[in-house]
Design a protein around this ligand. Structure first.
Ligand code: GRF
Length: 210
């Protein structure tokens, strides 16, 4: 496990690892991370990127004084090439900003091998289930349908498959008898908002080895 993954350098509070956070939606996870980084850490968010110009998450970046950019799909490009063309735009933003670690936080696009291979080891995701259970876009719905009594969240390095790659941490969350998708999602998110910053601390201070 872990071959080919080049992890980020160890940051310090004086010279934190420079993060870009990629969002598609409201960005409550991004907001939690930005709050956490108000106290000096070994990582700092220097760029927020959304896959649209109106994602709610962009607002959190602006409020925190972080550079934000919306990179929508280039609709003028033929559909067969659009995904990679979009990722090239994204990649150019990350490189231009001298980003060292890409943090997916509710980023709803499946990344192609082209992008993943460029960031492998420096590309991290949080998923709202105990992977490998319930990958995909409907983790809570799937967990409720399966009738499990415990679910949770997983922080992992991203590889070329969906919701897969070396697991850095997981935390369990009980499923309550009257949970619906929304209630479960909210409870899991509260745990995510603590877990993700903590894992980034470990990853950005040289405490993770594969
Ligand atoms: C989180 O539950 C995360 O695990 C998943 O997408 C959700 C993002 O929520 N990948 P938010 O946009 O941060 O509120």
């Amino acid at each position: 496990m872990g071959e080919g993954f080049a992890l980020p350098r160890a940051g310090t509070t004086d010279d934190p690892v420079r993060l870009a956070v990629l969002v598609s939606g409201g960005g409550s996870g991004l907001a939690a991370l930005l709050r956490y980084q108000q106290t000096p850490r070994c990582h700092a968010t220097i760029l927020v990127v959304a896959d649209s110009t109106d994602a709610g998450g962009l607002e959190h970046g602006r409020d925190a004084g972080v550079r934000t950019v919306g990179v929508p799909l280039p609709m003028d490009i033929d559909k067969s090439e659009r995904r990679v063309a979009h990722e090239r735009l994204l990649h150019a933003e990350l490189v231009a900003a001298d980003v060292e670690l890409v943090v997916l936080s509710g980023y709803m696009r499946i990344l192609t091998p082209w992008f993943v291979s460029r960031w492998e080891g420096r590309l991290v995701n949080i998923h709202p289930s105990l992977l490998p259970d319930f990958p995909g876009a409907h983790a809570h719905r799937d967990a409720l349908a399966a009738g499990v009594s415990v679910t949770g969240c997983t922080v992992h390095l991203v590889d070329e498959s969906i919701d897969s790659g070396p697991i850095l941490a997981q935390r369990r969350v009980e499923v309550l008898p009257d949970d619906d998708e929304e209630a479960l999602q909210e409870r899991v998110k509260r745990v995510e908002h603590v877990l993700y910053p903590e894992v980034l601390d470990r990853l950005c201070s040289g405490q993770v080895s594969l």
